[in-house]
Structures are given as structure tokens and as C-alpha cells.
Design a protein around this ligand. Structure first.
Ligand SMILES: Nc1ncnc2c1ncn2[C@@H]1O[C@H](COP(=O)(O)OP(=O)(O)OP(=O)(O)O)[C@@H](O)[C@H]1O
Length: 296
């Protein structure tokens, strides 16, 4: 009998993940899976459960939670001799990875997607010695997003991010960064450096519109000045996917990027606190097998 493991994070998003557990189990059983359920209690659990599922030869791992739970699950999958395919029920706050893959954000619809026969190969990013799936951010703005409390996230959802972000914009503080890629070096002060693998960053699905999940590229934005966030042009730029064309933004794509600073600068990785700089980023092309809707 084929095996599936469900990894469910009860604290994700609005804390509704457990409400959908039974439906996910039933759908998988109806597809002929023998199902194991693993509930996370703390950071690292999803990685451990994911490694165990691969070692047990599970055909599919289903993550019920947000981008943080997915990040941990994928870090478990990678490097295993047998890599299970991944099903996603997006119940986090932002759910960028699901947005990028056009997995429905309505849980009932996402659950039906698990019956899809379509599996898409998706890039993963490497950051020093671990993987990321969506975005690495560095700078004052990234640090402020990391500081959003999980209480605020549960109560306000994505708005919690904007609340913190806007507080930080008022300061417009920058860090000195050195960014190297493909023989180029950028040196300057920036409040925000973004390295995105997918088109959806922070819930903005058009922030990096040309970023395909399997293009083998890191899409990088160096925001040189945050003053422009205070003007109407920024909202238009972001919403229309023109951020890269703004005069205060440097945009490039790369397969490998190194970011260093003379200051202590922490990163935000897939929405959670990441390591301090320096970081070396690279791409593992078409590294993860994700179950996506038949029609997308
Ligand atoms: N039982 C638990 N109670 C509290 N925190 C948990 C529990 N299980 C896992 N975690 C933590 O939850 C975090 C991941 O949450 P996740 O990203 O899935 O939800 P989210 O932050 O609401 O969504 P998003 O990342 O899409 O905004 C990880 O940092 C992990 O350590």
C-alpha cells in the first residue's frame, strides 16, 4: 500500500490547521494511501518528520501549515535517497509558495488538489547549508518583519507584516551591504535586499512577475531608498509588477549570490528569522516534486 505522511502545524496562520486534518486524511485514504499524521510542537519538528517519512519510503508528504512549515519540510526532504512528493494545504498567514504554484488558498479546494495527477518540478534555493523555497530578505525592513509576533500574525494575518513594515519605513534605516554575483559587485547602503525564487513575495503575487518556479534563477532586488514607499508610485509599481523598473531599485537575476556586511545584519528566510550575514545563495534547479492542480 502506498504511504502518505501528513505534517500539520496547529499554530500556523489563524490556528485552523487541525480543523482540516480529518478531510485531508479522508481524501488521501480515498486515493489509496495509508496515512500517518505528525503534529508539530516546535521548530525543527517538520524537518524531523519529513526525514522520517522519506526514510520510511512515503510516496507523499502533505504539509498543512504556512511557508515556515513548508520550509522545514523541504529541508527534511532534500538529500534523502528516497524523496517523497509534496502536497500543500496552505494554512499560514502569507502562503507565498502555494500562491506561486497556483495551489488554491481556499483549504477545501487545496485538499481536492491532492488527488491531482500533475506533479511539478520546482527549484529550491540553497542558503549556506540549508534550503529555502521562496525568499531571503536582508536589511532593516527584513528584521522588522521577523519581529512580528505569532499572536499578531494569528490575529491580523498579512496585515501584521504591513503594520511592522510601515513602522520601519518611517525610520528608513539602511545597512552597508556588499552583493556579489557573476563577477559583479554592488557596494552600498540599503534598507532591503530581496532574493526571490518565485513570483510571490510577502503575499504580493506580482512582485517578481517573471520569476518562474523552475527557471533556475534567483531574482534579486536591491532597494536603494525606501522614501519611494511613501509615494503612490510604489504601490503602483508593486501591484503592477514594475518594482524592478523603479529608479530606486536595482534588479538582476543570478544563479549564485553572496551578501556580506560590515554590520551585524540578520536575514529573514521564507518568513522566519534566518542567519546573520554573510550568506551565499544558490539554486538547486527543479529539486522538489510538488503536487499541483491538474488545470494550472
Ligand atoms: N505546535 C506549535 N506551536 C507553536 N509554534 C509551532 C508549533 N509547531 C511549529 N511551530 C512553529 O511555527 C513556525 C512556522 O509557522 P508557519 O510559517 O507554518 O505559519 P505562519 O507563520 O502563520 O505562516 P506564513 O509563514 O505563511 O506566514 C515555525 O517557526 C515552527 O517552529
Amino acid at each position: 500500500m502506498t504511504q502518505a505522511t501528513i505534517i500539520v502545524n496547529p499554530s500556523s496562520g489563524k490556528e485552523e490547521a487541525l480543523d482540516y486534518l480529518r478531510s485531508v486524511e479522508e481524501l488521501l485514504q480515498s486515493q489509496g494511501y495509508e496515512v500517518t499524521v505528525k503534529e508539530t510542537q516546535q521548530e525543527g519538528d517538520a524537518t524531523g518528520y519529513s526525514i522520517a517519512a522519506c526514510k520510511a519510503g512515503a510516496d507523499m508528504i502533505v504539509s498543512i501549515g504556512g511557508d515556515g512549515t513548508l520550509h522545514e519540510t523541504i529541508n527534511g526532504l532534500s538529500g534523502q535517497a528516497h524523496q517523497s512528493k509534496l502536497g500543500i494545504i496552505p494554512l499560514g498567514t502569507v502562503n507565498d509558495f502555494a500562491r506561486a504554484l497556483q495551489i488554491p488558498l481556499i483549504p477545501e479546494k487545496a485538499i481536492r488538489t491532492l488527488a491531482s495527477s500533475r506533479v511539478q518540478l520546482v527549484d529550491a534555493g540553497r542558503l549556506n547549508n540549508r534550503l529555502f523555497i521562496n525568499v531571503v530578505a536582508a536589511g532593516k525592513l527584513a528584521e522588522s518583519l521577523t519581529s512580528v509576533s505569532s499572536d499578531d500574525k494569528s490575529r491580523f494575518g498579512a496585515l501584521a507584516y504591513f503594520k511592522e513594515g510601515i513602522k520601519e519605513l518611517a525610520g528608513n534605516a539602511s545597512y552597508p551591504l556588499t552583493i556579489q554575483h557573476d563577477g559583479y559587485t554592488w557596494v552600498g547602503e540599503t534598507p532591503l535586499f530581496l532574493a526571490a525564487l518565485t513570483n510571490s513575495v510577502g503575499g504580493f503575487e506580482k512582485l517578481a512577475p517573471e520569476a518562474a518556479v523552475d527557471d533556475g534563477l534567483i531574482h534579486c532586488f536591491i532597494i536603494k531608498n525606501l522614501h519611494f514607499f511613501n509615494t503612490l508610485t510604489v504601490s503602483l509599481s508593486v501591484l503592477l509588477g514594475n518594482l524592478k523598473n523603479h529608479k530606486d531599485v536595482d534588479y538582476f537575476t543570478a544563479r549564485e549570490v553572496t551578501v556580506t556586511s560590515s554590520d551585524t545584519v540578520r536575514t529573514n528566510v521564507d518568513g522566519e528569522e534566518g542567519p546573520a550575514l554573510p550568506v551565499k545563495l544558490s539554486v538547486l534547479p527543479r529539486h522538489i516534486r510538488v503536487v499541483v492542480p491538474n488545470s494550472s
